[in-house]
Design a binder for this molecule. Structure first.
Ligand SMILES: NC(=O)c1ccc[n+]([C@@H]2O[C@H](COP(=O)([O-])OP(=O)(O)OC[C@H]3O[C@@H](n4cnc5c(N)ncnc54)[C@H](OP(=O)(O)O)[C@@H]3O)[C@@H](O)[C@H]2O)c1
Length: 293
């Protein structure tokens, strides 16, 4: 299918900003930040659908501060699940296609191998539980919905609720502290939101439907990711590899957060480039590469 009118929720966020930029030329895009469209406000959602009459809705809004979600259960389910049900209903009524974002955290991370889309979820945090409920809401209420599970997102526009993204936080911390500690036992495929945005657009163009794993190619630990960031930034600071510890009341994070993508491949979706290539381009564009600093 092609893009006519597009509604993006969570405007101003990392992924939403890249989607907005990518689609600006080929669609009539209405990207709304939380102030303009709080997705938990059903009247506001109804008004947004009426005003923008979308053919495609990208629901990028989420409450995803994993530790805060653990303490704010109601808000987690309100934003990440119940609001998705209502957006899904609006999509079904109006015939809009819903593209909804989810997370590798729907798996507990105990498996030895990367998780394919068909693996049974086993969420182990309030964030993950609420995101899994949101997946079901999208699939059950919005016919033909795409649910794309991402991991370790970073983008040029930063994630305001987390005080920048992981890359900018590590660079700042290295400059301030001169040394870093990072978990070496949690693995994932960190993903540049510009690449994820392109993959989502392709999924809509190819009329894909269902659950897809959409992360960068390859995998690394957070420690290896941090080392790569330091190398590319030209920061010669020691990074100490440490094991994951979970403070009382803290969220459980998957050790194996790596996703396989047989369903995405079967749908003819193009694999994303290797995580390090994407990181290098991101850091270049963000002015964080050694040569640029
Ligand atoms: N970031 C990651 O590492 C990661 C990993 C896997 C999957 N994901 C998923 O990928 C998607 C996009 O993530 P992202 O990193 O682009 O997030 P982001 O940059 O934090 O953007 C999310 C946006 O949603 C907004 N928001 C929160 N509550 C809202 C509400 N009730 N109504 C409307 N907007 C609301 C936030 O606004 P405020 O900042 O004002 O709260 C924020 O601007 C999310 O579904 C997330 O769960 C993220």
């Amino acid at each position: 299918m092609t893009f006519g009118r597009v509604l993006i929720t969570g405007g101003g966020g990392q992924l939403a900003s890249d989607l907005e930029a990518l689609l600006a030329e080929r669609a009539e895009v209405s990207a709304r930040d939380r102030e303009a469209l709080d997705i938990t406000d059903d009247a506001a959602v109804a008004a947004a659908f009426e005003e923008s009459r979308p053919d495609v809705v990208f629901n990028c809004a989420a409450f995803h501060n994993v530790e805060v979600c653990e303490r704010e259960e109601d808000r987690s389910f309100e934003v990440n699940a119940r609001a998705v049900k209502r957006i899904g209903e609006r999509c079904a009524e109006s015939g809009a296609k819903l593209v909804h974002l989810s997370t590798n955290y729907v798996f507990d991370g105990a498996a030895a191998e990367p998780y394919p889309e068909s693996a049974p979820p086993s969420p182990r945090s309030i964030y993950a539980l609420s995101k899994l409920a949101g997946e079901y809401a999208a699939l059950a209420y919005a016919p033909g919905a795409v649910v794309a599970r991402g991991a370790g997102l970073y983008g040029l526009h930063g994630s305001a609720s987390k005080g920048g993204n992981f890359v900018t936080r590590m660079v700042a911390r290295a400059r301030e502290q001169g040394e870093l500690k990072m978990v070496a036992d949690q693995r994932l495929s960190p993903t540049f939101t510009a690449d994820l945005a392109e993959a989502l657009v392709e999924a809509v163009e190819k009329d894909a439907a269902g659950v897809f794993h959409v992360t960068a190619s390859g995998e690394c630990s957070w420690y290896e990711f941090t080392r790569a960031i330091m190398e590319l930034a030209g920061l010669d600071v020691p990074v100490e590899p440490v094991d994951t510890t979970r403070p009382p009341g803290g969220a459980d994070r998957p050790l194996n957060g790596v996703l396989a993508r047989p369903a995405a491949d079967a749908a003819g979706l193009t694999p994303l480039r290797p995580w390090r290539d994407a990181l290098e381009e991101y850091m270049s564009r963000a002015g964080l590469l050694a040569e640029a600093s």
